[in-house]
Write a protein that binds this ligand. Structure first.
Ligand code: AGP
Length: 595
């Protein structure tokens, strides 16, 4: 959610900032801006919409010699996505960019207005730069004035501030929002995630909450916890695909093998990052997450209860936080997050820790806030996911939960040799089942044309196919903007079936290996009410208006992963036909670091 970059050095500031913002654009793309301070001049540029609009705005701008710059790409929280609300925010002689939310900005603003400050935006961020200039009146030292400013703020933030009074340094602060400071041959860099740093920096410091400082071109080596920047975190490129989402769907069979590598073999399950006694004394699990990660968690519940016979509860992070949840000593708190920075999940994790629960993160981003906060970590190894609509991250989350279920079952000696081998075989087959078949993709391209109108979609399934139905509906909603709901198919008759008619499209998940006859009856009930049925199955189903055939495989989990790909491709193709921006759908952002 929003992206921040900063630079101190002699190279072309504008170019470094814009390149960095392009890497972060998928995180928020309502508006963007940069500010450059060089040779005593502080210039800023802002534009509504994508970075290319900003690029056009500052086409003729060049800054030579030593200087500083900050940049921001925004996902609006306070105030509409207009140019005036875009960052950097500007006071008399200073500029600021900020990720997060300042909760007490209204009282600060009121106080500053009484002191004569004039505000132009509707944002919470603008108070930071005005408060800093106000505090400078009382302090001889810029850093002291900045510290005083930050200490007045409550909320979550990653902040970069530059001022003409200190033209050699960037002031920075971090609390609850990620911020990295880095060094390379060209100078000093700041970024809210490491993607913009690749190719520029080789040493990084992941700042901790509560860190406030000012950085010039020589101060980097004084920082603690300097690490090398991992260069294998290469830039994600589209590699011939139309969209990142499409590429990420096609990558799933490879990344699932990565997820399993070194962990799953015929000899046993080895979770390298978890010590052998991690699950001692654990008799129940609470899984906590948001959005797609929550759907993976729901799928995990079926696996954990069925395979490892452990009571599992799944909660939405934003609900958990304020519900006064009862937490038991023998409960493991598992958080699932692609980004590792989702504010709701992170705060829920902190709450569980405060209640002394043991915690485990299933996450795609090493060194992320959620990873750093947790007692144990299993990385999903999906690689950088750029499409805002999550695909391969979901696949790998479900795979990790499956591996975990078998691991716990083995520790509890619940599986005999054959059962264990079947699970391993099934995992391998399930990863293979995600390899996109070109004929299937062509079929979905054609089929998608028939699903662009109507007044909505039901996605229905039973058991573990219910969370998959929820995920299919979410994928479609996110990128097509069509109304879609996921339901357990047995629940239709308790109300939702009232909506059934020919313009209500039902996508039915009908696995051969799990409750086939039960779901068949549920879908027949819908068909009898004239609903249009698109069935995804390996079995012929006479009442379906459209069939999408999958390979039955040998297990329901193979069918699960095959159907997952069908749902992702269907959403992708409908979105493309509707002319939408698949990778950066309206109103969304890749990582949601605000409450
Ligand atoms: C997925 O398609 C969504 N963009 C969204 O629901 C996402 O899964 C959710 O915001 C949680 O994000 P996280 O996995 O990074 O914590």
């Amino acid at each position: 959610m929003c992206g921040i970059v900063g630079y101190i050095g002699n190279n072309e500031k504008k170019e470094i900032l814009l390149n960095g913002l392009k890497e972060l654009e998928y995180r928020g793309y309502d508006s963007a801006g940069i500010a450059v301070l060089a040779a005593g001049e502080l210039k800023n540029f802002k534009a509504v919409g994508k970075i290319c609009n900003l690029e056009n705005k500052c086409l003729d701008f060049v800054s030579e010699g030593f200087g500083l710059g900050i940049g921001h790409t925004r996902w609006a929280t306070h105030g509409k996505p207009t140019e005036v609300n875009a960052h950097p925010h500007i006071a008399q002689f200073s500029n600021v960019v900020h990720n997060g939310i300042i909760e007490n900005y209204q009282e600060i603003k009121k106080d500053l207005e009484q002191k004569g400050h004039q505000f132009v935006s509707q944002t919470d961020t603008e108070v930071i730069v005005h408060l800093f200039e106000e505090n400078l009146k009382n302090f001889d030292d810029g850093l002291e004035a900045f510290k005083q400013t930050i200490n007045t703020l409550s909320g979550a933030y990653a902040i970069l501030l530059i001022t003409k009074k200190y033209p050699d340094r960037i002031f920075y602060a971090k609390n609850g929002s990620p911020l990295i400071v880095a060094k390379g041959e060209g100078g000093i860099y700041f970024a809210s995630s490491d993607a913009p740093l690749v190719g520029y920096a080789n040493k990084v410091v992941y700042l901790e909450d509560g860190e406030i400082g000012s950085m010039d071109s020589v101060g980097f080596e004084l920082l603690k916890n300097i690490k090398p920047l991992e260069h294998n975190k290469a830039f994600a490129q589209k590699e011939g695909f139309r969209y990142f989402m499409e590429k990420e769907i096609y990558e799933q069979h490879k990344v699932l093998l990565e997820t399993m590598m070194g962990r799953v073999s015929q000899e046993g399950i080895n979770l390298e990052s978890i010590c052998g006694d991690f699950f001692e004394g654990i008799h129940q699990i609470t899984i906590c997450a948001c959005g797609t990660s929550y759907h993976a968690g729901m799928s995990g519940k079926y696996l954990l209860e069925r395979i490892s016979k452990i009571k599992t509860n799944v909660v939405i992070a934003s609900e958990f936080r304020y519900a006064n949840p009862v937490m038991e000593k023998d409960e493991l708190f598992v958080v699932i997050s692609q980004s590792g920075e989702t504010a709701d999940t992170l705060e829920a994790l902190k709450l569980a820790k405060a209640n002394r629960l043991k915690t485990l993160a299933i996450c795609n981003v090493d060194n992320s806030s959620i990873v750093r906060e947790s007692d144990g970590v299993i990385l999903t190894r999906a690689g950088i996911e750029k499409g805002v609509a999550s695909t391969k991250a979901f696949a790998t989350q479900v795979m990790v939960l499956w591996i975990l279920s078998v691991y716990i079952a083995c520790q509890k000696q619940l599986l005999n040799q054959d059962e264990f081998k079947n699970q391993v075989q099934s995992m391998l087959q399930a990863s293979k089942a995600t390899k996109v078949d070109s004929k299937l993709h062509e079929r979905l391209k054609r089929l998608s044309k028939r699903y662009l109108h109507g007044h909505g979609f039901f996605f229905i399934g039973r058991d573990i196919f219910y969370p998959l139905a929820l995920e299919g509906a979410l994928k479609l909603k996110e990128i097509s903007y069509l109304h879609a709901e996921g339901y357990p198919s047995g629940e239709m008759k308790h109300g939702p079936i009232a909506l059934a008619d020919s313009l209500l499209f039902t996508v039915a998940l009908m696995p051969k290996h799990l409750l086939y006859e039960k779901i068949k009856s549920n879908v027949e009930e819908l068909s009898a009410r004239d609903a249009t049925i698109c069935a995804i199955s390996s079995q012929d189903f006479e009442v379906a208006d459209d069939m999408v055939y999958i390979n039955p495989g040998a297990s329901y989990m193979e069918e699960f992963f095959s159907m997952m790909v069908v749902l992702q491709l269907l959403a992708l193709e409908i979105s493309i036909k509707l002319g939408n921006d698949v990778d950066m759908p309206r109103n969304l952002a890749k990582s949601v670091t605000v409450e």
